[in-house]
Design a protein around this ligand. Sequence first.
Ligand SMILES: Nc1ncnc2c1ncn2[C@@H]1O[C@H](COP(=O)(O)OP(=O)(O)O)[C@@H](O)[C@H]1O
Ligand SMILES: [Mg+2]
Length: 328
Amino acid sequence: MARRYDDWDELDSRSSKKRNRAKREKHKGLTQDEIDDLDYEFKEETAFIENLENRSGKYDWMKEKKYKTMFRDIESKLQGVMGAGPFEWVDRRVFDQVFDRLTLLSLYKLMKTGVVDTLDHPIAQGKEAHVFHGTDINGKAVAVKIFHTSNAVFKNLLQYIEGDPRFGGLKRRHRDIVDIWVRKEYRNLLRLHKWGLNVPEPLAVNKNVLVMDFIGNEISHARRLRDSEIPNPKAVYEELVEFLAVAWQKGSMVHGDFSPYNILWWGDRPVVIDVGQAVVDSHPKAQEFLVRDVTRLVQWAQKMGVECDVTETLLDVLEMDLSHLSID
Ligand SMILES: Nc1ncnc2c1ncn2[C@@H]1O[C@H](COP(=O)(O)OP(=O)(O)O)[C@@H](O)[C@H]1O
Ligand SMILES: [Mg+2]
């Protein structure tokens, strides 16, 4: 049986009459050539939907009127993920990998609020998520991290969730677990950001879609620390030690996957990302994770020629005087 969603009314609210009127309005004052162009575009879009519908039942839900209407409503903003227009270079399989019914619905809601206006090209594809460049309603760049909801992802997340008392005893559906994970990443980012740490500011979350500040500019996105030339590794090491110290002492948190793969390099500073797995200090493995994070940092720094060792760095993280920091 189809599940009910409280926003279905909203999805249906744009009747075809209204749409046709809008179309006529849109055509006012245009030359015949321009109208032909628009019609051509519309046909192309329709072909995209029909093509999806024909694919082995996976997109059967698209046949439902409400989804079709919703998709038509936002698809011009999704050119990047469909490999259309200026984004022809984007692999069309991305759409298949990322967009199921509920993901599209989440995106639709985020687009209605304006926190996302367009979803452009993919920046990166990880095991668990695709990250896209997007823009908000004011044209400002945003990063949109869309988690996959497949079984494999679920199994991977389960490792971290098992043993965490907050998830105990709950027999949840795969999808719910992924959603919880994404909200956790959002909350973790928020907490770190509140303490003034250099992480992307989280802007919104809806189910498996997380929207945050885009780290980069119009031309390129930030590269990872491991792929970047670092002019002054000692200063970067020190900043990252302080990051761990503030997160631990003030935010009561451990990153848990603090590696040069999860630190970006932008504006001559490290920006820490990927905090979904971060845990609070009362988590049974918090201390083990902290030691591991410090060890990884020290390994990176030593490779860059910085003199340091794990014990001293750990002491620093635990005891650094941070009394000047406060949030109220
Ligand atoms: N806010 C952001 N701004 C720019 N690029 C980002 C942002 N967040 C993630 N990325 C890019 O996406 C990649 C994967 O993001 P990450 O959060 O590490 O996901 P995963 O869980 O798949 O490892 C990063 O290495 C980076 O290139
Ligand atoms: Mg990562």
